[in-house]
Every structure is written in structure tokens, then in C-alpha cells.
Design a binder for this molecule. Structure first.
Ligand code: XIL
Length: 380
């Protein structure tokens, strides 16, 4: 029965069912779920927003105007749990720039007002990215005008919301070590069109247009164990040292955190020392697009939810313990609307379950895992 109101009985029965499903956990290790059933706050007592706030950071999620304006139940769930909102698609060039001369700010204004009316902070994503570029981009943006185009875009967009933004992803996915270029930069299109220092130019333009916003370098694949992820972490550190050394205001690194559901623990020396090095450079860490990809997990929902919850708890515990984290955002909040179903569809076509609320807007074990990790995070 979708949208059935929260009932403590429903919530606890859900969890105890999950606990019952994993007898081996209770006997051996203090499994996450036995911990969860024991002492996590229930959604009635505290929302993720409140728990995060109590521990000195903000929790929130990405959403689209389409979903928030057409699904009141979803909108209510998001506002009850979230202290910050980020547009999932409305600030991307293909949506925001219908023509080279124009900006379509209406959807962003709607989302900003929605956040305002619901006492949520607002963050922007992304100002400069190699994807989601408009059809006219390749025919209009040249070596001669690319820098001006980029800076005009940043000044116009940041200028419009100046003083009203929690933070901006100034650059997104700018690294691709596989290209073996200096500092591991992705070449297309911005390095090719503007040069390797387009990143400095972008941060300077953003800092000028909105001196109050936290300016973020958002990146993917910095969290996992593969060699190329380690290479990416090393390139990120090199870039931070280079650009901070030039006086460029990079206030935080955004860890996208689209995590495989089969991930081993994130409590490993490579990742932890990366987080500590970023912190030692005076740079904060934002968990900017968290979700757990369950496409390689078993179909059985309890098993899948257990594995997803374990990854949430393990990852957040490590990141919140190892770095200064002003914000944690999930990429969506309910399985009802998650890009994962399209990005990493399951072979069995079952709906992905990567987020803290299930498709019926009910808390999943991932919700409790996040609540627990937030509670244990101490003060940021
Ligand atoms: C995704 C959106 O969720 C999808 O709806 C859209 O079709 C493609 O982009 N990294 C990012 C996000 O920085 O902007 C992407 O969002 C997901 C990966």
C-alpha cells in the first residue's frame, strides 16, 4: 500500500524482519543490522536532516523540478528529510542554455524558491562539465571565444544567485588519468579549447561572482580501490597543491560517491590517507552524489538492502571520521526516482534500491545506516 503513513510498528517490523533474515550476523559480529535495530532513531524521532544538523553538517538530496512539482508525496518526503537541495539536471548547459545567447533560469528559480520556502539550503551543479553540453556547443564555441564563453556563463549564473548559495560545483569530472596528460586532466572540451588553466579561470570567475559560496571541485571515482581510482586521487592532490599554491580558491572536493554495492570496506590506507591529505591542505570534503549501485547484488530484497546499508554505514563512517564534511547529499532520496535504474540497470529488471527511501517513500535499511553513521560522527 504505497504512501501508507509511517508507523513505528511497520518500521520496526521491517527492520526486525531484515535482522531475522541474517541470523549469522547476530551471533558473530555485532552486525550493522543488529546495531541498527537496537538504537537507531526512527523517522518519527529524527529526520536525517535533524541528525546531520545535530552533528554540524547538512544532509540533503538532488531532485528535479519535474518530480518535485508533480509528486506531492515525494516532495513532502524530501523536505522532511533534507536540509539542502541540488538541481539534478536544471543547471546543466543542455537545459540552461537553449541558445548561445540565452539562459533558461525558470526551472532553477522554481527549485531555488522551493528550497527557500522549505527552509533548505541550495547548491549548484555544475558550472563547467564535459557532459550535458547543448547541441550548438561544438559549432559555436571555438579556441577564440571559449574562455569568454565559460567566464560569461559562470558570471551570469553565479551572479544571479549570488549570496543565496551554499556551494557551487565549479568544475565536474575534470580528471581522466587514462589520457596521461599533465596533472591527469581530461582534454575535451575545456583543456582543448581554453587550456589546462581553465580550472583556475573558472574558480576565479566564480569567486568574483559569488564571494560567499563554497567553491567545489566535484569528481567521480575517487572512492574505490582500483589502480585508476588511486591514480585519480594522486592527480587530485597534485592539482590541489598546484592551484592552491597559485591562490585559487578551491574550498572543497566533492566526492560523487556512486558506490558499488559489492564494495569492500572503505577503511583502507589509500582512501583514508587521501582524505587526510585533502584535510591537511585546508580543503573540505563534500559527499555530493551518494548512492549505492545494487545492480550486481542478489535479487532478494533483504539481502540487497543489507549489502547496500552496509556500504552506506562503512563509507560514511570513514569519510565523516577522516575529513571536514560540511555537507552530505544523496543523488535522489527515493528509489522511486533514481538515475541508477537507467545508468546501471539490473539484468533481472528489478527496480534499483540505491537510496534511503524506497519507492513507497518508506525508510530502507540504508536510511538507518545513514542515521547511525551520522549519529556516530561526533561534531564536525
Ligand atoms: C545524471 C542525472 O542523474 C541524470 O538524470 C541525467 O540523465 C544524467 O546526469 N555525475 C554527475 C551528475 O555529476 O550530474 C549525473 O547526473 C550523474 C553522474
Amino acid at each position: 500500500m504505497p504512501n501508507a503513513p509511517f508507523s513505528r510498528r511497520r518500521f520496526v517490523s521491517g527492520i526486525s524482519a531484515a535482522v531475522a533474515a541474517v541470523p549469522y550476523c547476530i551471533s558473530g559480529t555485532t552486525s550493522l543490522l543488529s546495531m541498527l535495530s537496537g538504537c537507531s532513531p526512527s523517522p518519527e524521532e529524527s529526520s536525517l536532516k535533524e541528525i546531520a544538523h545535530r552533528h554540524g553538517f547538512v544532509y540533503g538530496a538532488a531532485a528535479t523540478k519535474t518530480h518535485l512539482s508533480s509528486d506531492p508525496g515525494f516532495a513532502a518526503s524530501l523536505t522532511s528529510q533534507s536540509g539542502i537541495l541540488v538541481p539534478e539536471v536544471e543547471l546543466k548547459w543542455d537545459t540552461l542554455r537553449p541558445t548561445p545567447e540565452s539562459f533558461n533560469f525558470q526551472p532553477v528559480d522554481w527549485l531555488h524558491n522551493f528550497a527557500d520556502q522549505n527552509h533548505m539550503k541550495f547548491r549548484g551543479h555544475p558550472l563547467v562539465w564535459y557532459q550535458s553540453l547543448p547541441k550548438w556547443f561544438d559549432s559555436h564555441v571555438t579556441h577564440q571565444n571559449a574562455k569568454e564563453f565559460m567566464i560569461n556563463h559562470i558570471s551570469t549564473v553565479c551572479g544571479r544567485y549570488s549570496g543565496k548559495m551554499h556551494s557551487w560545483d565549479v568544475v565536474n569530472e575534470a580528471l581522466d588519468p587514462n589520457e596521461n596528460r599533465p596533472y591527469g586532466l581530461r582534454s575535451k572540451p575545456w583543456v582543448n579549447l581554453v587550456g589546462p588553466d581553465y580550472i583556475d579561470d573558472a574558480f576565479r570567475a566564480a569567486a568574483e561572482a559569488d564571494p560567499n559560496a563554497m567553491l567545489v571541485w566535484n569528481e567521480n571515482h575517487l572512492e574505490t580501490r582500483e589502480d585508476w581510482a588511486q591514480a585519480k586521487r594522486e592527480r587530485m592532490i597534485e592539482n590541489l597543491k598546484l592551484r592552491l599554491g597559485r591562490g585559487v580558491s578551491i574550498h572543497a572536493v566533492g566526492l560523487q560517491s556512486h558506490l558499488p554495492g559489492t564494495s569492500p570496506t572503505f577503511n583502507n590506507p589509500e582512501f583514508v590517507s587521501f582524505l587526510q591529505t585533502v584535510t591537511d591542505l585546508g580543503v573540505k570534503v563534500i559527499v555530493s552524489e551518494l548512492d549505492v549501485i545494487d545492480s550486481d547484488l542478489p535479487e532478494d530484497i533483504e539481502g540487497r538492502d543489507r549489502a547496500v546499508a552496509n556500504v552506506y554505514y562503512d563509507y560514511l563512517s570513514v569519510v565523516l571520521r577522516s575529513s571536514k564534511v560540511p555537507a552530505v547529499l544523496t543523488w535522489g532520496i527515493s528509489d522511486r526516482y533514481s538515475w541508477i535504474s537507467a545508468y546501471k540497470p539490473r539484468k533481472d529488471n528489478a527496480r534499483a534500491r540505491p537510496l534511503p527511501l524506497d519507492e513507497n517513500l518508506q525508510p530502507s535499511p540504508a536510511w538507518s545506516a545513514m542515521a547511525r553513521a551520522f549519529e556516530e560522527s561526533g561534531a564536525q
